[in-house]
Structure formats: structure tokens, C-alpha cells
Design a protein around this ligand. Sequence first.
Ligand SMILES: *[C@@H]1O[C@H](CO)[C@@H](O)[C@H](O)[C@H]1NC(C)=O
Length: 258
Amino acid sequence: MMTLFYLILILFNIIQIDSSLNTCRQTFGPNKYDLNQLSHLTILGEEKPFRYVLTPCGLVPTNKCGSSTSSFEPGMTACQERIPDARFESAMGFLDGYGKSPNLLFNENPQGPGTGIVMTMRNALCNGHERFVNVTFICDENIKQPTKMNVIEGPICKFKIIVRAAEACPVKGGITGGGITGGAIFIIILFVLIIVYLVCGIIYNRYKQNQTGLAVIPNRSFWLLLGGMFVDGCKFTWNFVRNCAQRTFSSSASYESV
Ligand SMILES: *[C@@H]1O[C@H](CO)[C@@H](O)[C@H](O)[C@H]1NC(C)=O
């Protein structure tokens, strides 16, 4: 039961690590930015007759993009909706890794060091041509978890979006900035939980069940099974590597004999 719980936790953590994007962590000189801090938000903007929705460094919830007859392309981070009939108009840009190019581009806000970060998206279409979207995230300590943005289109198919956010400020030292990451904290917690589990399990088996020797180990059969699987895995890998090595060796040997 406990072990199943840990396995689920580990899986969950791997998914979490995956969902935070490396490209959204950028360093310019002494300033580090992490736009992943905005990836749970749905930020709205309007320029009639359109409404725009952006989830920086995350997938925009498609139910916020208006209705569509065809299915949405995967990887959409921002979308455009036609307000009068609440209809999906188009994708504004896609995250990296969903088969669109070019990838997102990041620069520091031209206003100066530490003032924010500009994300340029050029991987969605606009009337069959490139859609150019500059999203300027301006560092503003007073606006935490923004819900609004300014959007201007002009000239046609060139968009300028401005998001003011505390999360667009350079990341300071300490837990989020330097050393300890979420992953490290998780591993520490997991380690502590495993120790607590082992100690409690051993005490329980020893004094309540009156077991002795190896039998005090909690869920012993499970761990033996896991150990066996680990050994099998190692054997398989070792054989595989050895076969590869042999093949390389014999082919190089035949070269020599020529
Ligand atoms: C978009 O942002 C980049 C980086 O700040 C800047 O160099 C470029 O001039 C901007 N383009 C437009 C059309 O605003």
C-alpha cells in the first residue's frame, strides 16, 4: 500500500518536472527570470472584435478559446477568439516540442537590465503567413498572478502584448533562485518518508508481531521481488553492452586483418 503510494508520488513528480520548461528560465547578465511561475495562469486581453488568452510557458485551456468545428492543434500557448459569436479564430503561438518552428525566442526587456523579458512567437499562422507575436513581460512587484494583458495588432498579423507581473521580475536568491529546487525538496521528503516507513515497520514487526532477523523488514517479499527485478535488469544491460562491445571489437578486428 505504502509503496504504491510512493510510486504514484514519483510518477507525479516526473510529470511535474517535465511540465516546467527550461526555455522559460532565462539568464541575462546577473538577472535570472523564470516564466514558469506564470504557467498556471490564464491571462486575458481584448482588442475588439477579438479576445486573446495566454498561458505563459503552459498550454492554454482550450475551453477558453471559443468554439471550434475542428479540433485544436496540440501545444497552443495562446489563442484568439472572435467575440461577437464566441468562435475560435486562431492559435497565436505554440510551445516548443509540438512540431512547430521556429522555437520561442527570449530577450531581456529593451527598457533595461532587470526590467523584464520579451518572448517572441513566430510559429503560428495568420492568413497563411507568419504570425509575429512579441509578448513583453514587464517586472511589476505590485501585480502578482496577473489576469489581464494589453494586446495591440498592427500592422496586420504583428501583435504586441504587454503583461505586467511580479513573476516577470528577476528571481532572487534563496529557495527559488539558487540551490534547492522543488525536485530536491521532493527527494528529501521521500527519503524521510522511506526512513519513517522502515523504522515504524521494523518496530511493528519486531514488537507487535514478535518477528526476528530479516523478517522484521516491512513488506519483505515486495522488496525481494524488486531486488530480483533490479538484478535481472542489470544482467540484461550488462549482456547487451557486452554484445555490442564484442560486435565492435570483431568488426575492428576484421578491418585490421584486411
Ligand atoms: C520584439 O522584441 C524584440 C526583443 O525585445 C525586439 O528586438 C523587436 O524589435 C520587437 N519587435 C517588435 C515588432 O516590436
